[in-house]
Ligand binder design. Structure first.
Ligand code: NAD
Length: 501
């Protein structure tokens, strides 16, 4: 597979064919580190294209669901092998389309590889239960059934990892899928679909329709033949999708915003905590749903931590993610940059102390991109908007706290509940924190980012709606339990009645 050196006009993949969108229109995909560079032109799809894709997925469903799961899994296994070979090419193009540094885009592809192998393994498990019946000569078991056509809607910050979190479990369970990738990063998702095609996935089993949320995402959510929606993105969009799914009782999985925290207790390894806060706060330019955008530091070590943290943030090298000496790339687009700039102004007005950064970078090598300085506010109050609202950029707010109880109250005092972390050497504090932090993910002595694919991933409160990605939790979402009773007694047996004498 060649990387997209020359701008290519990409097509949708529907029913095993690469087809142009009905609108005949395209959406430009530009490099956020250099907007002169056109990465590709992607279909501006509309309801017509979505309808074709859903029809193709519906038509493919019966033969795919009846394909033995280990055979389905063999295709995933081959796809994982191809992804391993293509890792570097895909990672480079991912940096070109969304900006994060090469080490991180390699990690993004690796996550897709891990997930694909993991779900290939599930093809020989997909375990249900067998259990004794309460009645004689009766057999009881539960099996997993596929659900049907799944509509998958993904964000731009993990352009191949998140699509793989949704596609691989959906496919191994016997569902067919239509994916609508984020408008900013369709190329990485195209590569994933292309790899599945090369691995031998039958026509119609996976389809990609690219375009905007309103014109392509919304018709997918509302299509009557789509039985399941899995969405990752902002809480505002998630709410719209949840409401749209309600009338038809669609299965719906929402992974949404976060306002994650690192707690640094007295007695913690401060240098380790600084390393974690830098990586958690500025990795992917702060545009991870699990980004550590808040740090709560015990007063006894507040001075030492903030001094070291601010000094390190100032030293981060901002630039094109493809350059080996870049620590932090641009933000994804102009709108995201405007949001970051708006929140920096809000922070200043709220009285937080700007200790590092705070400015757009737009001269010299930054002139053509969406660059912003790594920014640190200190002496923040937990009720400030910069400590409550998701900024999704390289801005970290540091707050002093006086005790673990206070830290947990601050941590839980936001509407989101994705990830949290505590740095401590006190075993009691560590255990209390993992019990009391109201987030779907808790780290001890590690930053808020770094999920592994074989464990559940997701959040509480307005981050999620109770489901999880990854691991066996994903298998639970993409399959429906069917309970089967086999009575071989040759007589009417009545549960709860005939066994009570
Ligand atoms: P977004 O909500 O703007 O868009 C996400 C996807 O939804 C895109 O593909 C978009 O085109 C589509 N969409 C938008 N409106 C739609 C509609 N009305 N109907 C159907 N689809 C629609 O989010 P984004 O800016 O792409 O991503 C950033 C957000 O994603 C942040 O809030 C971040 O926290 C969140 N996120 C969460 C997780 C998680 O696992 N919890 C992971 C990554 C990102």
């Amino acid at each position: 597979m060649a990387t997209a050196v020359a701008p290519t006009a990409y097509k949708n993949y529907i029913g095993g064919e690469w087809v142009s969108p009905a609108s005949g229109k395209g959406i430009e995909n530009r490099n956020p580190a250099n907007t002169d560079e056109l990465v590709g032109i992607f279909p501006a799809s509309t309801e017509e294209d979505v309808n074709l894709a859903v029809e193709a997925a519906k038509n493919a469903f019966d033969s795919w669901r009846l394909t033995p799961a280990p055979k389905r899994a063999e295709i995933l296994y081959r796809a994982a092998e191809i992804l391993v070979q293509r890792k570097e090419d895909i990672a480079r193009d991912m940096t070109r389309e969304m900006g994060k540094v090469l080490a991180e885009t390699r990690g993004d592809v690796q996550e897709a590889i891990d997930m694909t192998y993991l779900m290939a393994g599930e093809g020989r498990r997909l375990f249900g239960q067998t259990t004794p019946s309460e009645l004689p000569n009766k057999f009881a078991m539960s099996v997993r059934s596929p659900i049907g056509v799944c509509g998958l809607i993904t964000p731009w910050n993990f352009p191949i990892a998140i699509p793989s979190w949704k596609m691989m479990p959906a496919l191994v369970c016997g569902n067919t899928v239509v994916i609508k990738p984020a408008q900013d990063t369709p190329l990485s998702t195209y590569y994933l679909v292309q790899v599945l095609e090369e691995a031998g996935l039958p026509a119609g089993v996976a389809n990609i329709v690219s375009g905007t949320g309103t014109l392509a995402g919304s018709p997918l959510v509302n299509h009557p033949d789509v039985k399941l929606i899995s969405f990752t993105g902002s809480t505002d969009t998630g709410r719209i999708i949840n409401e749209a799914c309600a009338p038809a009782f669609k299965h719906v999985h929402l992974e949404m915003g976060g306002k994650n925290i690192i707690i640094v207790m007295d007695g913690a390894n401060i240098d380790l905590a600084v390393d974690g806060a830098i990586w958690g706060g500025f990795g992917t330019s702060g545009q991870r749903c699990t980004a550590a955008s808040r740090v709560a530091v015990h007063k006894k070590v507040y001075g030492e931590f903030t001094e070291k943290f601010v000094a390190r943030a100032k030293k981060l090298r901002v630039g094109n993610g493809l350059d080996a000496d870049t620590d932090m790339g641009p933000v994804v687009n102009e709108a995201q940059l405007q949001t970051v700039m708006k929140y920096v102004e809000i922070g200043k007005q709220e009285g937080a102390k700007l200790a590092a950064g705070g400015h757009r970078l737009d001269t010299g090598k930054y002139a053509k991109g969406w660059f912003f300085e790594p920014t640190v506010f200190i002496d923040c109050n937990p009720t400030m908007r910069i400590c409550q609202e998701e900024i999704f950029g390289p801005v970290v707010s540091v707050m002093p706290i006086g005790s673990l109880d206070e830290a947990i109250e601050v941590a839980n005092g936001v509407k989101y509940g994705l990830s949290s972390s505590i740095y401590t050497r006190n075993i009691n504090d560590a255990f209390r924190a993992q019990r009391d932090l109201d987030t779907g993910i808790v780290y001890v002595n590690a930053p808020t980012i770094g999920a592994e694919t074989h464990l559940p991933f997701g959040g509480t409160k307005q981050t999620g709606n109770g489901h999880r990605e990854s691991g066996l939790a994903a298998i639970d979402f993409y399959s429906e339990w069917k309970t089967v009773y086999m009575d071989y007694s040759d007589r009417l047996q009545r549960a709860q009645i005939d066994n009570s004498e």
